[in-house]
Ligand binder design. Sequence first.
Ligand SMILES: Cc1ncc(COP(=O)(O)O)c(C=O)c1O
Length: 462
Amino acid sequence: MTLSRKVRGDAAHRSISRRPLYAMPGETTEVPRYRIPEHAMDPDEAYQIVHDELMLDGNARLNLATFVSTWMEPQAARLMAETFDKNMIDKDEYPQTAELELRCVNMLSQLWHSPDHEEATGCSTTGSSEAAMLGGLALKRRWQQRQRAAGRPTDRPNLVMSAGVQVCWEKFCRYFEVEPRLVPWTPDHHQLSGAAAAAACDENTIGVVAIMGVTYDGAYEPVAEIAAALDDLQARTGIDVPIHVDGASGGFVAPFLTPDLAWDFRLPRVQSINASGHKYGLVYPGVGWILWRSPEALPDDLVFRVNYLGGEMPTFALNFSRPGAQIVAQYYNLLRLGREGYRRIQQASMDTARRMAQAIEALGPFQTLPGSAIPVFAFRVRDAAAPYDVFDLSRELRGRGWQVPAYTLPPDVSDVAVLRVVIRNGFSADLGELFVADLERVMAELATQPAHHRPHRAAFHH
Ligand SMILES: Cc1ncc(COP(=O)(O)O)c(C=O)c1O
Protein backbone atom coordinates (compact mmCIF):
# COMPACT_ATOMS: atom_id res chain seq x y z
CA MET A 1 0.00 0.00 0.00
CA THR A 2 1.39 3.36 -0.97
CA LEU A 3 1.02 6.34 1.29
CA SER A 4 -1.97 8.54 0.56
CA ARG A 5 -1.24 12.13 -0.29
CA LYS A 6 -3.13 15.32 0.06
CA VAL A 7 -4.75 16.16 -3.26
CA ARG A 8 -3.96 19.74 -4.29
CA GLY A 9 -4.87 22.18 -7.03
CA ASP A 10 -7.97 21.79 -9.20
CA ALA A 11 -8.28 18.11 -8.47
CA ALA A 12 -8.91 18.88 -4.80
CA HIS A 13 -12.17 20.56 -5.80
CA ARG A 14 -13.59 17.61 -7.70
CA SER A 15 -16.94 16.48 -6.50
CA ILE A 16 -19.12 13.40 -6.43
CA SER A 17 -22.48 13.52 -8.10
CA ARG A 18 -25.29 12.62 -5.71
CA ARG A 19 -28.13 10.34 -6.73
CA PRO A 20 -26.13 8.87 -9.58
CA LEU A 21 -28.69 6.16 -10.21
CA TYR A 22 -32.10 7.25 -9.04
CA ALA A 23 -34.63 9.39 -10.84
CA MET A 24 -35.52 11.36 -7.77
CA PRO A 25 -37.18 14.74 -7.79
CA GLY A 26 -35.10 17.84 -7.47
CA GLU A 27 -31.78 18.96 -8.82
CA THR A 28 -28.83 16.64 -9.03
CA THR A 29 -26.41 18.01 -6.51
CA GLU A 30 -22.81 17.32 -5.80
CA VAL A 31 -20.74 16.69 -2.72
CA PRO A 32 -17.01 17.29 -2.41
CA ARG A 33 -14.76 14.33 -3.04
CA TYR A 34 -11.79 15.26 -0.89
CA ARG A 35 -13.39 17.44 1.78
CA ILE A 36 -15.91 16.53 4.45
CA PRO A 37 -19.34 17.62 3.17
CA GLU A 38 -21.02 20.40 5.09
CA HIS A 39 -24.30 18.51 5.52
CA ALA A 40 -25.47 15.00 6.25
CA MET A 41 -27.06 12.85 3.57
CA ASP A 42 -29.46 9.97 3.52
CA PRO A 43 -27.74 6.73 4.61
CA ASP A 44 -29.08 4.76 1.63
CA GLU A 45 -27.70 7.34 -0.72
CA ALA A 46 -24.30 7.36 0.99
CA TYR A 47 -24.30 3.58 0.91
CA GLN A 48 -25.03 3.53 -2.81
CA ILE A 49 -22.27 6.01 -3.64
CA VAL A 50 -19.65 4.05 -1.69
CA HIS A 51 -20.92 0.69 -2.87
CA ASP A 52 -20.83 1.76 -6.51
CA GLU A 53 -17.29 3.12 -6.33
CA LEU A 54 -16.11 -0.14 -4.83
CA MET A 55 -17.33 -2.02 -7.89
CA LEU A 56 -14.09 -0.85 -9.47
CA ASP A 57 -12.05 -2.98 -7.09
CA GLY A 58 -11.02 -6.36 -8.40
CA ASN A 59 -13.05 -9.40 -7.38
CA ALA A 60 -11.34 -10.71 -4.25
CA ARG A 61 -12.06 -14.36 -5.09
CA LEU A 62 -10.23 -13.97 -8.43
CA ASN A 63 -7.28 -12.35 -6.71
CA LEU A 64 -4.62 -15.02 -7.03
CA ALA A 65 -2.02 -12.60 -5.68
CA THR A 66 -3.10 -12.60 -2.10
CA PHE A 67 -2.37 -15.15 0.59
CA VAL A 68 -5.17 -13.68 2.65
CA SER A 69 -8.56 -15.40 2.98
CA THR A 70 -11.22 -14.20 0.61
CA TRP A 71 -13.92 -16.65 1.59
CA MET A 72 -15.34 -17.79 4.91
CA GLU A 73 -18.42 -19.73 5.81
CA PRO A 74 -21.58 -17.64 6.28
CA GLN A 75 -21.71 -18.68 9.94
CA ALA A 76 -18.24 -17.20 10.48
CA ALA A 77 -19.25 -14.03 8.67
CA ARG A 78 -22.33 -13.82 10.89
CA LEU A 79 -20.24 -14.18 14.04
CA MET A 80 -17.90 -11.48 12.78
CA ALA A 81 -20.80 -9.14 12.09
CA GLU A 82 -22.06 -9.80 15.63
CA THR A 83 -18.68 -8.85 17.09
CA PHE A 84 -17.58 -5.91 14.92
CA ASP A 85 -18.08 -3.67 17.94
CA LYS A 86 -15.67 -5.49 20.24
CA ASN A 87 -12.27 -4.03 20.90
CA MET A 88 -9.73 -6.75 21.53
CA ILE A 89 -7.85 -4.62 24.02
CA ASP A 90 -10.87 -4.33 26.35
CA LYS A 91 -10.19 -7.69 27.90
CA ASP A 92 -11.84 -6.82 31.16
CA GLU A 93 -15.02 -5.70 29.39
CA TYR A 94 -15.08 -8.57 26.91
CA PRO A 95 -13.66 -11.38 29.00
CA GLN A 96 -15.14 -14.06 26.79
CA THR A 97 -13.49 -12.70 23.66
CA ALA A 98 -10.25 -12.65 25.68
CA GLU A 99 -10.92 -16.26 26.68
CA LEU A 100 -11.29 -17.22 23.00
CA GLU A 101 -7.92 -15.61 22.28
CA LEU A 102 -6.41 -17.59 25.13
CA ARG A 103 -7.93 -20.81 23.75
CA CYS A 104 -6.48 -20.06 20.30
CA VAL A 105 -3.01 -19.49 21.80
CA ASN A 106 -3.31 -22.80 23.65
CA MET A 107 -4.47 -24.63 20.54
CA LEU A 108 -1.58 -23.20 18.52
CA SER A 109 0.93 -24.09 21.23
CA GLN A 110 -0.24 -27.70 20.90
CA LEU A 111 -0.30 -27.55 17.13
CA TRP A 112 3.30 -26.30 17.17
CA HIS A 113 4.40 -28.91 19.71
CA SER A 114 5.18 -26.85 22.75
CA PRO A 115 6.69 -29.43 25.13
CA ASP A 116 4.57 -30.25 28.17
CA HIS A 117 7.20 -29.05 30.59
CA GLU A 118 7.36 -25.60 28.99
CA GLU A 119 4.83 -22.84 29.26
CA ALA A 120 4.43 -21.32 25.80
CA THR A 121 3.19 -17.77 25.82
CA GLY A 122 1.75 -15.69 23.00
CA CYS A 123 -0.88 -13.35 21.64
CA SER A 124 -2.87 -12.40 18.60
CA THR A 125 -1.68 -9.59 16.33
CA THR A 126 -2.99 -7.75 13.30
CA GLY A 127 -1.06 -10.10 11.05
CA SER A 128 2.34 -11.64 10.59
CA SER A 129 3.99 -8.27 10.07
CA GLU A 130 3.10 -7.07 13.56
CA ALA A 131 4.06 -10.51 14.86
CA ALA A 132 7.45 -10.14 13.13
CA MET A 133 8.01 -6.79 14.86
CA LEU A 134 7.22 -8.33 18.24
CA GLY A 135 9.31 -11.45 17.58
CA GLY A 136 12.22 -9.35 16.36
CA LEU A 137 11.99 -7.01 19.37
CA ALA A 138 12.07 -9.96 21.78
CA LEU A 139 15.17 -11.34 20.01
CA LYS A 140 16.85 -7.94 20.14
CA ARG A 141 16.10 -7.36 23.81
CA ARG A 142 17.30 -10.81 24.83
CA TRP A 143 20.52 -10.31 22.89
CA GLN A 144 21.04 -6.92 24.59
CA GLN A 145 20.60 -8.58 27.98
CA ARG A 146 23.14 -11.29 27.12
CA GLN A 147 25.62 -8.77 25.79
CA ARG A 148 25.31 -6.50 28.82
CA ALA A 149 25.71 -9.45 31.18
CA ALA A 150 28.91 -10.36 29.37
CA GLY A 151 30.15 -6.74 29.35
CA ARG A 152 29.96 -6.54 25.56
CA PRO A 153 28.63 -3.68 23.38
CA THR A 154 25.00 -3.56 22.24
CA ASP A 155 25.22 -1.07 19.42
CA ARG A 156 25.47 -3.30 16.34
CA PRO A 157 22.78 -5.98 16.36
CA ASN A 158 22.18 -8.01 13.20
CA LEU A 159 19.52 -10.46 12.07
CA VAL A 160 20.37 -13.32 9.69
CA MET A 161 17.85 -14.40 7.08
CA SER A 162 17.46 -15.31 3.43
CA ALA A 163 17.23 -12.64 0.73
CA GLY A 164 13.78 -14.13 0.09
CA VAL A 165 12.29 -12.81 3.34
CA GLN A 166 9.02 -10.95 3.23
CA VAL A 167 9.36 -7.17 3.44
CA CYS A 168 8.15 -7.17 7.08
CA TRP A 169 11.60 -8.37 8.20
CA GLU A 170 13.36 -5.60 6.34
CA LYS A 171 10.89 -3.21 7.93
CA PHE A 172 11.67 -4.61 11.35
CA CYS A 173 15.37 -4.07 10.76
CA ARG A 174 14.93 -0.53 9.53
CA TYR A 175 12.39 0.56 12.14
CA PHE A 176 14.24 -0.99 15.07
CA GLU A 177 17.81 -0.39 13.91
CA VAL A 178 19.07 -3.87 13.32
CA GLU A 179 21.43 -4.73 10.46
CA PRO A 180 19.68 -7.12 8.06
CA ARG A 181 22.10 -9.88 7.02
CA LEU A 182 20.47 -11.20 3.90
CA VAL A 183 21.93 -14.45 2.64
CA PRO A 184 21.67 -14.17 -1.17
CA TRP A 185 19.80 -16.54 -3.42
CA THR A 186 21.80 -18.20 -6.16
CA PRO A 187 20.31 -19.41 -9.47
CA ASP A 188 19.96 -22.96 -8.18
CA HIS A 189 19.73 -22.42 -4.43
CA HIS A 190 16.85 -20.35 -3.18
CA GLN A 191 16.85 -21.31 0.46
CA LEU A 192 18.75 -20.45 3.55
CA SER A 193 20.97 -23.46 4.23
CA GLY A 194 22.23 -24.34 7.70
CA ALA A 195 25.82 -23.72 6.66
CA ALA A 196 25.08 -20.30 5.12
CA ALA A 197 23.02 -19.23 8.15
CA ALA A 198 25.76 -20.22 10.63
CA ALA A 199 28.46 -18.59 8.51
CA ALA A 200 26.57 -15.27 8.58
CA CYS A 201 26.24 -15.25 12.40
CA ASP A 202 28.55 -13.61 14.90
CA GLU A 203 28.25 -12.48 18.50
CA ASN A 204 26.06 -9.55 17.40
CA THR A 205 23.45 -11.80 15.80
CA ILE A 206 20.13 -11.48 17.61
CA GLY A 207 18.63 -14.44 15.77
CA VAL A 208 18.08 -16.31 12.52
CA VAL A 209 14.73 -16.12 10.74
CA ALA A 210 13.73 -19.35 9.00
CA ILE A 211 10.72 -19.19 6.69
CA MET A 212 8.06 -21.86 6.40
CA GLY A 213 6.46 -20.93 3.11
CA VAL A 214 8.70 -18.43 1.30
CA THR A 215 6.60 -15.66 -0.21
CA TYR A 216 8.24 -15.90 -3.64
CA ASP A 217 7.97 -19.63 -4.25
CA GLY A 218 6.18 -21.31 -1.33
CA ALA A 219 9.18 -23.39 -0.19
CA TYR A 220 9.93 -24.40 3.40
CA GLU A 221 13.40 -23.46 4.58
CA PRO A 222 15.19 -26.36 6.32
CA VAL A 223 14.61 -25.30 9.93
CA ALA A 224 16.05 -28.49 11.46
CA GLU A 225 19.19 -28.20 9.33
CA ILE A 226 19.58 -24.54 10.34
CA ALA A 227 19.09 -25.50 14.01
CA ALA A 228 21.75 -28.23 13.74
CA ALA A 229 24.21 -25.82 12.13
CA LEU A 230 23.61 -23.30 14.93
CA ASP A 231 24.09 -26.05 17.54
CA ASP A 232 27.41 -26.76 15.91
CA LEU A 233 28.28 -23.04 15.87
CA GLN A 234 27.58 -22.86 19.60
CA ALA A 235 29.71 -25.94 20.28
CA ARG A 236 32.59 -24.43 18.32
CA THR A 237 32.42 -20.78 19.37
CA GLY A 238 30.04 -20.44 22.31
CA ILE A 239 27.78 -18.14 20.24
CA ASP A 240 24.20 -19.08 20.99
CA VAL A 241 21.80 -17.88 18.27
CA PRO A 242 18.04 -18.45 18.62
CA ILE A 243 15.71 -19.15 15.69
CA HIS A 244 12.45 -17.39 14.95
CA VAL A 245 10.28 -19.25 12.45
CA ASP A 246 8.24 -17.10 10.10
CA GLY A 247 5.38 -19.50 9.52
CA ALA A 248 3.12 -16.80 8.04
CA SER A 249 1.71 -19.37 5.62
CA GLY A 250 3.31 -22.67 6.61
CA GLY A 251 2.38 -22.38 10.30
CA PHE A 252 -1.16 -23.40 9.37
CA VAL A 253 -0.20 -25.82 6.58
CA ALA A 254 2.75 -27.93 7.77
CA PRO A 255 1.03 -29.26 10.93
CA PHE A 256 -1.77 -30.69 8.78
CA LEU A 257 -0.03 -31.81 5.61
CA THR A 258 3.46 -32.78 6.82
CA PRO A 259 2.91 -33.52 10.52
CA ASP A 260 6.19 -35.42 10.86
CA LEU A 261 8.31 -32.51 9.68
CA ALA A 262 9.97 -31.02 12.77
CA TRP A 263 10.18 -27.26 12.20
CA ASP A 264 8.51 -25.96 15.34
CA PHE A 265 8.96 -26.11 19.14
CA ARG A 266 10.11 -29.72 18.73
CA LEU A 267 13.44 -28.07 17.92
CA PRO A 268 14.80 -26.56 21.14
CA ARG A 269 16.53 -23.74 19.24
CA VAL A 270 13.19 -22.45 17.92
CA GLN A 271 12.29 -19.71 20.38
CA SER A 272 9.32 -18.11 18.65
CA ILE A 273 6.93 -18.69 15.76
CA ASN A 274 4.53 -16.42 13.92
CA ALA A 275 1.67 -17.27 11.56
CA SER A 276 -1.06 -15.36 9.80
CA GLY A 277 -4.51 -16.37 10.99
CA HIS A 278 -5.78 -14.56 7.91
CA LYS A 279 -3.76 -16.71 5.50
CA TYR A 280 -4.02 -20.48 5.87
CA GLY A 281 -5.60 -19.94 9.30
CA LEU A 282 -8.56 -19.26 6.98
CA VAL A 283 -9.83 -16.02 8.58
CA TYR A 284 -10.66 -12.74 6.80
CA PRO A 285 -7.90 -10.07 6.94
CA GLY A 286 -6.75 -8.77 10.30
CA VAL A 287 -5.33 -11.53 12.48
CA GLY A 288 -1.91 -13.04 13.13
CA TRP A 289 -0.34 -14.99 15.94
CA ILE A 290 2.98 -15.13 17.70
CA LEU A 291 4.07 -17.64 20.31
CA TRP A 292 7.26 -17.84 22.34
CA ARG A 293 8.37 -21.21 23.58
CA SER A 294 8.50 -19.99 27.20
CA PRO A 295 8.01 -16.80 29.20
CA GLU A 296 11.82 -16.49 29.38
CA ALA A 297 11.93 -16.07 25.60
CA LEU A 298 9.82 -12.91 25.93
CA PRO A 299 11.69 -10.36 28.07
CA ASP A 300 9.42 -9.01 30.76
CA ASP A 301 10.35 -5.39 30.18
CA LEU A 302 8.69 -5.48 26.76
CA VAL A 303 5.35 -6.30 28.35
CA PHE A 304 3.25 -3.35 29.49
CA ARG A 305 0.80 -3.71 32.32
CA VAL A 306 -2.10 -1.31 32.25
CA ASN A 307 -4.97 -1.07 34.69
CA TYR A 308 -7.10 1.72 33.25
CA LEU A 309 -9.46 -0.70 31.53
CA GLY A 310 -10.21 -2.42 34.79
CA GLY A 311 -8.09 -5.32 35.95
CA GLU A 312 -4.34 -5.60 35.51
CA MET A 313 -3.61 -6.46 31.93
CA PRO A 314 -0.29 -7.44 30.39
CA THR A 315 0.01 -6.41 26.74
CA PHE A 316 2.70 -6.76 24.11
CA ALA A 317 1.46 -5.18 20.91
CA LEU A 318 2.20 -2.26 18.65
CA ASN A 319 -1.39 -1.09 18.57
CA PHE A 320 -3.71 -0.63 21.49
CA SER A 321 -7.22 -0.96 20.04
CA ARG A 322 -7.82 -3.75 17.54
CA PRO A 323 -10.91 -5.55 16.25
CA GLY A 324 -12.00 -8.60 18.23
CA ALA A 325 -14.08 -10.12 15.42
CA GLN A 326 -11.11 -11.78 13.71
CA ILE A 327 -10.16 -13.61 16.90
CA VAL A 328 -13.73 -14.82 17.26
CA ALA A 329 -13.59 -16.03 13.66
CA GLN A 330 -10.26 -17.79 14.25
CA TYR A 331 -11.72 -19.62 17.21
CA TYR A 332 -14.79 -20.52 15.16
CA ASN A 333 -12.57 -22.07 12.47
CA LEU A 334 -10.47 -24.07 14.92
CA LEU A 335 -13.56 -25.32 16.72
CA ARG A 336 -15.62 -25.98 13.62
CA LEU A 337 -12.96 -27.58 11.42
CA GLY A 338 -10.78 -29.38 13.90
CA ARG A 339 -7.55 -30.93 12.69
CA GLU A 340 -9.38 -33.08 10.17
CA GLY A 341 -11.22 -30.12 8.64
CA TYR A 342 -8.05 -28.07 8.31
CA ARG A 343 -6.22 -31.03 6.81
CA ARG A 344 -8.91 -31.58 4.20
CA ILE A 345 -9.08 -27.93 3.20
CA GLN A 346 -5.30 -27.50 2.95
CA GLN A 347 -5.02 -30.77 1.01
CA ALA A 348 -7.77 -29.72 -1.39
CA SER A 349 -6.01 -26.39 -2.01
CA MET A 350 -2.71 -28.22 -2.45
CA ASP A 351 -4.26 -30.64 -4.96
CA THR A 352 -5.75 -27.77 -6.95
CA ALA A 353 -2.41 -25.92 -6.95
CA ARG A 354 -0.51 -29.02 -8.12
CA ARG A 355 -3.04 -29.81 -10.83
CA MET A 356 -2.92 -26.24 -12.11
CA ALA A 357 0.89 -26.17 -12.05
CA GLN A 358 0.99 -29.40 -14.08
CA ALA A 359 -1.56 -28.11 -16.57
CA ILE A 360 0.40 -24.87 -16.98
CA GLU A 361 3.68 -26.76 -17.50
CA ALA A 362 1.90 -28.88 -20.11
CA LEU A 363 1.15 -25.73 -22.12
CA GLY A 364 4.82 -25.75 -23.09
CA PRO A 365 6.47 -22.38 -22.57
CA PHE A 366 6.38 -22.36 -18.78
CA GLN A 367 8.54 -23.73 -16.00
CA THR A 368 7.33 -23.94 -12.40
CA LEU A 369 9.79 -23.01 -9.66
CA PRO A 370 10.54 -26.17 -7.69
CA GLY A 371 10.06 -26.77 -3.99
CA SER A 372 6.73 -25.24 -3.07
CA ALA A 373 5.29 -26.86 0.05
CA ILE A 374 2.14 -24.77 0.35
CA PRO A 375 -0.74 -24.31 -2.12
CA VAL A 376 1.24 -21.71 -4.05
CA PHE A 377 3.24 -21.96 -7.24
CA ALA A 378 5.32 -19.55 -9.26
CA PHE A 379 6.17 -20.05 -12.91
CA ARG A 380 8.40 -18.37 -15.44
CA VAL A 381 8.46 -18.18 -19.21
CA ARG A 382 11.14 -20.70 -20.14
CA ASP A 383 12.00 -19.24 -23.55
CA ALA A 384 13.47 -15.74 -23.61
CA ALA A 385 12.39 -15.43 -27.25
CA ALA A 386 8.70 -16.00 -26.44
CA PRO A 387 6.42 -13.28 -27.86
CA TYR A 388 5.34 -12.28 -24.33
CA ASP A 389 6.74 -12.09 -20.85
CA VAL A 390 5.10 -12.63 -17.46
CA PHE A 391 4.25 -8.94 -17.20
CA ASP A 392 2.29 -9.09 -20.47
CA LEU A 393 0.47 -12.19 -19.31
CA SER A 394 -0.38 -10.64 -15.95
CA ARG A 395 -1.79 -7.53 -17.63
CA GLU A 396 -3.85 -9.45 -20.18
CA LEU A 397 -5.24 -11.89 -17.61
CA ARG A 398 -6.56 -8.93 -15.72
CA GLY A 399 -8.86 -8.23 -18.64
CA ARG A 400 -10.71 -11.38 -17.67
CA GLY A 401 -10.74 -10.46 -13.99
CA TRP A 402 -7.78 -12.57 -12.85
CA GLN A 403 -5.26 -10.80 -10.69
CA VAL A 404 -1.95 -12.61 -10.86
CA PRO A 405 1.18 -10.73 -9.86
CA ALA A 406 4.29 -10.80 -12.01
CA TYR A 407 7.50 -9.97 -10.20
CA THR A 408 11.22 -10.49 -10.24
CA LEU A 409 13.03 -12.76 -7.79
CA PRO A 410 15.30 -11.27 -5.09
CA PRO A 411 18.62 -9.53 -5.88
CA ASP A 412 21.24 -11.76 -7.52
CA VAL A 413 18.52 -13.70 -9.33
CA SER A 414 16.37 -10.71 -10.24
CA ASP A 415 16.79 -11.44 -13.95
CA VAL A 416 14.15 -14.14 -13.40
CA ALA A 417 10.56 -12.87 -13.49
CA VAL A 418 7.64 -15.07 -12.47
CA LEU A 419 3.90 -15.16 -12.13
CA ARG A 420 2.64 -16.45 -8.79
CA VAL A 421 -0.64 -18.16 -8.05
CA VAL A 422 -1.91 -18.59 -4.48
CA ILE A 423 -4.69 -21.14 -4.04
CA ARG A 424 -6.93 -20.57 -1.03
CA ASN A 425 -9.98 -22.09 0.56
CA GLY A 426 -12.93 -21.47 -1.74
CA PHE A 427 -10.96 -21.65 -4.99
CA SER A 428 -12.30 -24.72 -6.75
CA ALA A 429 -10.58 -27.06 -9.19
CA ASP A 430 -13.13 -25.84 -11.72
CA LEU A 431 -12.00 -22.22 -11.34
CA GLY A 432 -8.45 -23.55 -11.73
CA GLU A 433 -9.35 -25.07 -15.10
CA LEU A 434 -10.97 -21.82 -16.20
CA PHE A 435 -7.80 -19.97 -15.25
CA VAL A 436 -5.59 -22.29 -17.30
CA ALA A 437 -7.93 -21.97 -20.28
CA ASP A 438 -7.77 -18.17 -20.01
CA LEU A 439 -3.99 -18.30 -19.77
CA GLU A 440 -3.88 -20.35 -22.94
CA ARG A 441 -6.18 -17.92 -24.73
CA VAL A 442 -4.13 -14.91 -23.62
CA MET A 443 -0.91 -16.60 -24.80
CA ALA A 444 -2.43 -17.21 -28.23
CA GLU A 445 -3.66 -13.62 -28.48
CA LEU A 446 -0.31 -12.16 -27.48
CA ALA A 447 1.48 -14.42 -29.94
CA THR A 448 -0.53 -12.99 -32.84
CA GLN A 449 -0.10 -9.37 -31.87
CA PRO A 450 2.69 -7.35 -33.45
CA ALA A 451 5.50 -6.31 -31.13
CA HIS A 452 3.75 -3.96 -28.80
CA HIS A 453 4.83 -1.37 -26.36
CA ARG A 454 5.07 -2.91 -22.99
CA PRO A 455 3.63 -0.57 -20.43
CA HIS A 456 5.42 0.40 -17.29
CA ARG A 457 5.83 -2.57 -14.98
CA ALA A 458 4.39 -1.77 -11.62
CA ALA A 459 6.39 -3.06 -8.68
CA PHE A 460 4.71 -5.80 -6.70
CA HIS A 461 5.03 -5.60 -2.97
CA HIS A 462 5.29 -8.92 -1.24
C1 LIG B 1 6.61 -15.35 4.73
C2 LIG B 1 5.77 -14.15 5.06
N1 LIG B 1 6.02 -13.47 6.21
C3 LIG B 1 5.29 -12.41 6.57
C4 LIG B 1 4.25 -11.95 5.78
C5 LIG B 1 3.46 -10.75 6.22
O1 LIG B 1 2.22 -11.20 6.65
P1 LIG B 1 0.95 -10.29 6.96
O2 LIG B 1 0.38 -9.93 5.64
O3 LIG B 1 0.08 -11.20 7.76
O4 LIG B 1 1.41 -9.08 7.73
C6 LIG B 1 3.96 -12.62 4.58
C7 LIG B 1 2.86 -12.14 3.71
O5 LIG B 1 2.70 -12.57 2.59
C8 LIG B 1 4.73 -13.76 4.22
O6 LIG B 1 4.48 -14.44 3.08
